[in-house]
Design a protein around this ligand. Structure first.
Ligand SMILES: *Cc1c(COP(=O)(O)O)cnc(C)c1O
Length: 431
């Protein structure tokens, strides 16, 4: 396949990446999605919109975020050099704000008064509440009661930012019910409201818009690396939950001689329910309004998923990922919980950067590859910072004394007193 014209041709007018993607919607919402698509396709070419988004990124978000060479970590692993794109330094601590600010600005340009979403662990809710505060939009976030109880700090953040957090008390009181409640709200209120999806998933135009808003990450990183080094990295890698930080980071390299690898959570192992590696173990299906690769249970419904990183436990993946693997441009690999925790502690201890557990999956993969390659360079998208994960990690793994060692890869390292949690931690996907 020729990738020089890729961005012009994908997605198609109907939102397809090959046979993946599309928009599977209740009839009432077809005009609402059509309105968003048309508005976006017009606005994204307007210099007023582009200039305003640039100003926001520079002055409010603190972009560009730096590219950083992990000299200490690289030296410990051999001769391959690891670099990080520091999205953990993006305002509010992760890449999610990149698309939330884009969606907020779009809502403003369309004259909408209100943005809504559901949230699981609360990361998307916080990013969207931040955007709403900035743009002076009303913001309603639906969240299961069980999640509200587990995620007190993020609930507090959303409220301080002015969002209306609506507890959902039906069913299991977690993400699925929150999605239903947000959807119900949207059906009633789509005239003055936009439903802001938290990753490169959902019906067209969301996978396209979220990708476009996240591409600033890869564009910056490619130029910064080229400036620093005079050439491009051999491998670029990022973690894949719904697939927003990864697709935005990867696409600017699509036409380069660079190996691109998405990293999914292997969790506790290969058994269904123990991981959330949709690309690696899933099959094609339709859920949440789009066609992609997904993990299904025996009845064909979305399967239960697990990851130590609550932002990665989603049973499907953005349709563009499914397509780019099928045409052979992007590869997918996995990192287990234990490798991830190892990467989390090693980056903290040897570089002074505490990564989000989501991002630590990509770093774990990069560390494994660095040992194998023993030359060249790997650029990792560090999608977020790890403050939010500290309590969990300390409770289950202590302060990392078992993870100081570089002699043995993490998978074979004996971590004596670590028991898997009986209750899965924050099993609620956060997209
Ligand atoms: C939500 C989240 C992710 C996963 O979402 P994607 O859409 O796959 O990028 C990754 N990293 C961090 C820090 C997150 O908060």
């Amino acid at each position: 396949m020729d990738f020089t014209t890729y961005l012009k041709n994908y997605p198609s007018k109907s939102g397809r990446f090959g046979r993946f993607g599309g928009a599977y919607l209740p009839e009432q919402l077809v005009p609402a999605m059509e309105e968003i698509t048309q508005a976006y396709l017009t606005i994204c070419h307007s210099s007023q919109f582009i200039n305003e988004l640039r100003r926001i990124r520079r002055e409010f978000q603190g972009r560009p975020t730096p590219v950083y060479h992990c000299e200490n970590l690289s030296r410990k692993l051999g001769n391959c050099q690891i670099y990080l794109k520091r999205e953990d330094l993006n305002h509010s601590g992760a890449h999610k704000l990149n698309h939330c600010m884009g969606e907020g600005l779009l809502a403003k340009f369309m004259g909408k008064k209100r943005i809504i979403a559901e949230t699981g662990a609360g990361q998307h809710g916080v990013a969207l509440a931040t955007a709403a505060a900035f743009f002076g939009l009303e913001c309603t976030i639906y969240m299961g009661e069980v999640d509200i109880a587990k995620q007190a700090p993020n609930v507090a953040r959303m409220k301080v930012l002015g969002a209306n957090v609506v507890p959902v008390s039906t069913g299991l009181k977690t993400l699925k019910e929150a999605v239903d409640a947000a959807f119900e709200d949207y059906l009633q209120n789509y005239k003055d409201t936009i439903y802001c999806i938290g990753s490169a998933v959902g019906p067209h135009p969301f996978p396209m818009m979220v990708r476009d808003f996240q591409m600033v990450v890869g564009e910056e990183a490619r130029a910064q690396f080229q400036d620093m080094m005079g050439f491009l990295p051999d491998v670029v890698t990022a973690c894949v939950g719904g697939g927003s930080n990864s697709i935005g980071f990867f696409l600017p390299f699509i036409n380069d001689p660079v190996e691109i690898v998405g990293v999914e959570p292997l969790g506790r192992g290969e058994k269904l329910g123990d991981h959330a590696a949709s690309m690696s173990y899933g099959t094609e299906g339709v859920m949440h309004g789009f066609d992609s690769i997904m993990l299904k249970d025996e009845n064909g419904n979305p399967a239960p998923v697990y990851s130590i990183a609550s932002g990665l436990d989603y049973p499907s993946v953005g349709p563009e990922h499914a397509f780019l693997r099928e045409v052979g441009r992007i590869k997918y690999d996995v990192a287990s919980d234990i490798e991830t925790v190892d990467a989390f502690f090693k980056l903290s201890r040897y570089e002074g950067i505490i990564p989000a557990l989501e991002s630590a999956h990509a770093l774990a993969y990069a560390m494994r590859r660095a040992r194998e390659m023993d030359k060249g360079s790997i650029l990792v998208n560090l999608s977020g910072r790890g403050d939010k994960d500290l309590d969990y990690v300390i409770e289950h793994y202590g302060y990392g004394d078992d993870f100081k060692d570089f002699d043995k890869p993490a998978q074979v390292q004996q971590v004596a007193d670590v028991q898997p949690a009986d209750e899965t931690p924050a099993v609620n996907e956060d997209n």
